[in-house]
Design a protein around this ligand. Structure first.
Ligand code: PLP
Length: 427
């Protein structure tokens, strides 16, 4: 099935360490050859071996409207033809900024960078600068980007990863980063108490897509909000994955909780490399004077990326039904998966929020991210490879979230549910 992909992977390994880009790590954990993609349109991937796959990864989230969404493609082509001068101001940047700020609650100003990683790094720097404090609390299991320079080894598979059940609060080894246990407010309070007056920010994936769609327990986010307010700590919602996907206004809107700084990536770039961080005016204005926290790069806010992101946000802004539709499709898929796995006596848990979903097999519970780095559990491997054979491409790790797009039809969803039925009969 994957002869050409195997050849391409062998060639890639000669010149790129590990073969190809990061998702390969996850892919290697389940075994098999990473698929080389030739083209992608709507809900489908077309690989180099001639297979058509229904895609539930969707570039790890950005393609909320499907691949090669025409208005985004057109905007990029038009801008590329016009020619661009990176680093010079363009109207596009202001336009997308104004639109983003109008869609998301509680933010007045936004700044663009090139990735979710940069967005989170910038948010941390801003929080440290604004509060004149150094320490940061992050949660074991939450992922804030591939750079480990601002948080202890925060990259995929690094030691900070753990499940929400990992024991107690641990204190990180890297300077100034404290690790907390997800969903355990008392532990966070203990950390704050032990470091009174020193903590600049708490950064969190308010829906933890990087642990397989773990949701905050009732009262947890509000508890964090109150704790931050009482202690002069800035609450950072990392919405790189959830922003413009779970709801128009992201997690803040979904749960009705205000963050102090929000980070974006993925959807906001319409598939091109864009990250952003945003906050209320008094916080963002800290960046206005040329000072110690200079946050921009050569390609920050570049016109091609801004054109793509703007076309994407305009599409999301103009269709008020979109998030409802996404939710309905995902709920339909969830119900279908439930039905067939149950009928086949598979013991499982499904986590879902909006258009993000993750299936966990209770026979091999998700306990520790490091296990995933060594290789996912056997049930999941069977599930993943079985679905691949059927033409359905899900995230290649039990610890990852699947992303549903509006391009998926109910026929695609039924096809997927039938494929899951077929595969689960082989368990
Ligand atoms: N934050 C979260 C919640 C993410 O899911 C990711 C990427 O998956 C990042 C940050 C890093 O974003 P990027 O890969 O664009 O650097």
């Amino acid at each position: 099935l994957y002869k050409r992909s195997s050849q391409l992977f062998a060639e890639a390994e000669k010149v790129i360490p590990g073969g190809v880009n990061s998702p390969v790590r996850a892919f290697k954990a389940v075994g098999g050859t990473p698929i080389f993609v030739k083209s992608a349109k709507g809900a489908y991937l077309y690989d180099e071996d001639g297979n058509k796959l229904i895609d539930y990864i969707n570039s790890w989230g950005p393609m909320v409207l499907g691949h090669a969404y025409q208005p985004v493609v057109d905007a990029v082509i038009e801008k590329a033809k016009l020619g661009t001068s990176f680093g010079m101001p363009t109207e596009l940047e202001t336009e997308i900024a104004a639109l983003a700020v109008s869609m998301v609650p509680n933010i007045d100003k936004i700044r663009f960078v090139n990735s979710g990683t940069e967005a989170c790094m910038s948010a941390i720097r801003l929080a440290r600068g604004f509060t004149k404090r150094d320490k940061i609390i992050k949660f074991a299991g939450c992922y804030h980007g591939h750079s480990d320079s601002f948080l202890i080894q925060a990259g995929s598979g690094a030691v900070t990863f753990g499940s929400p059940n990992s024991p107690g609060v641990t204190q990180g080894t890297a300077k100034d980063t404290l690790l907390a246990k997800y969903n355990d407010l008392e532990n966070v309070k203990t950390l704050v108490e032990a470091n009174k007056g020193e903590i600049a920010a708490i950064i969190i994936e308010a829906v933890a897509g990087n642990m397989g769609c773990i949701v905050p327990k009732e009262g947890f986010l509000q508890g964090l909000r109150d704790l931050c307010t009482e202690n002069g700590i800035l609450l950072i919602f990392d919405e790189v994955m959830t922003g413009f996907r779970l709801a128009r206004g992201g997690v803040q809107e979904l749960y009705g909780i205000d963050a102090d700084i929000v980070t974006f990536g993925k959807v906001i770039g319409g598939g091109l490399p864009v990250g952003a961080f945003a906050a209320r005016e008094e916080i963002m204005n800290y960046l206005a004077p040329l000072g110690p926290v200079y946050q921009a790069g050569t390609l920050s806010g570049n016109p091609l990326a801004m054109a793509a992101g703007l076309a994407m946000l305009k599409a999301l802004d103009s269709d008020r039904e979109i998030f409802t539709r996404l939710e309905e499709k995902t709920a339909y898929l969830e119900a279908g998966i439930h039905r067939v796995l149950k009928a086949n006596n598979v013991v499982f848990t499904i986590n879902r929020v909006g258009s993000m979903i993750s299936v966990h097999f209770d026979a091999d519970p998700v306990t520790d991210f490091q296990t995933a780095a060594k290789g996912d559990n056997e049930t999941f491997k069977k599930f993943f490879h079985g679905l691949l054979q059927e033409g359905v491409y899900i995230a290649p790790s039990a610890y990852e979230t699947w992303f549903i797009t509006d391009a998926l039809t109910y026929e695609d969803l039924d096809f997927t549910i039938n494929a899951i039925d077929k595969v689960s009969k082989t368990f």
